[in-house]
Design a protein around this ligand. Sequence first.
Ligand code: NMX
Ligand code: MLT
Length: 435
Amino acid sequence: MALKETLRQKIEAFRPRTTKLVKEYGKVKIDEVTIEQCIGGARDIRSLVTDISYLDPQEGIRFRGKTIPETFACLPKAAGSDYPTVEAFWYFLLTGDIPTQAEMEEVLTEWKRRQNVPSYVFDTIRTLPRDSHPMAMLSIGITAMQRDSKFASLYNAGKFSKLTAWETVYEDACDIVARIPVIAAFIYNLKYREDRQIAIDPNLDMGANFAHMIGQGKAYQDVARMYFILHSDHESGNVSAHTTHLVHSALSDPYYAYAAGLNGLAGPLHGRANQEVLDWTIKFQEKYCKDQEPTKELITKALWDTLNSGQVIPGYGHAVLRKTDPRYTSQREFCQKHLPNDPLFKLVSMIFEVAPGVLTEHGKTKNPWPNVDAQSGVIQWHYGVKEWDFYTVLFGVGRALGCMANITWDRGLGYAIERPKSVTTAMLEEWAAKG
Ligand code: NMX
Ligand code: MLT
């Protein structure tokens, strides 16, 4: 396949840069670590490398050097759509090049060849209690597929080579990104549509096929494409990407690595916040808006009630960002175009007007602005995907793109097993006393 060959040339051309940095400049300092950072979640410590995306605290994410609007504008579009195909975006994330129409179509054909999920994966998910969280189902589905790992087979056959191992990581990565929407759709139908499964439509691109497989119409196709692209990558330090990188650094194969990443994504401070946002907003509607329109006063009261009960306001704040997340803005613009009169969108917009002020007055969070999760659920809700415990699964389908592109490059560049050093509290106290 041309993409794999392009990637081979890029990885081989890139390696000398990494080698030179380590050999000639390995001792150059790029950061210092404080006690606060050591205890406080390693915040802001520069200790990971990725060229797939970069997150600026003020500007937000750039994929391969491009902002979100630039990314959407430059890539080949799905037929009749303003949005690129996910397949075009995958090519772009992996190589940094904008694919031609023919290169995009080659990925499309390739994913169709790979997207058939082995039946034992569905059987495994079916054995779980039906009220299991869909993220547990997704993670177990990905772990179950581990027996198919080409990277693990290569390793088990004693054929691991540092220079070529990336090729099997790439093969597993492609299988995972092609299959994960099919597994997600299976889980959706199993849990919420009385197991009425819908077969893959081989004529559709990934976003359109996902829409089709969960029983959605044409209008949802762009929702899926936009959602998966926006949620794909957020540099390397976030919990899901970092976990995937960490686990793969032990040469655990991409299935083990991404299942671990998904388990991190399932946390309420990370990907599950999208579920929490809808839960919060719908409960607010039910409690306050039965007989009256929402008002800023009512929202302010509800936000303070949440804060005073010791909970966080879901969808607000960020470990790196210090401005409104451009992924929030991108989805807001979609809503303004396609669902401006949706009552839930109006409510979410009103929360956006009020919450930053409340959080600023509360005085704890370093960033009172909304993140991606504050705006994603309302779109799903509008198009009829109302089962909000499924929303993190959608995040997980998108995040697979970034995580799989990253570990393909990790192996290509031969990154070491990740193993930071820990210290004891007594050591910190000793260093603190010395000043
Ligand atoms: N509501 C209330 N308190 C908050 C919020 C919020 N939205 N955000 C941060 N704080 C608190 C935080 O809990 C901490 O309190 P304490 O000192 O008592 O421990 C304090 O403000 C300082 O936290 P920050 O340094 O601003 O944030 P941090 O980097 O530790 O955490 C998040 C980042 C994203 C985990 C945090 O902002 C949060 O919990 N937000 C709500 C959950 C959420 O939306 N998560 C999704 C993030 C995006 N994603 O998809 O992964
Ligand atoms: C993400 O997309 O991973 C979140 O915004 C969290 C993060 O970047 O830390």
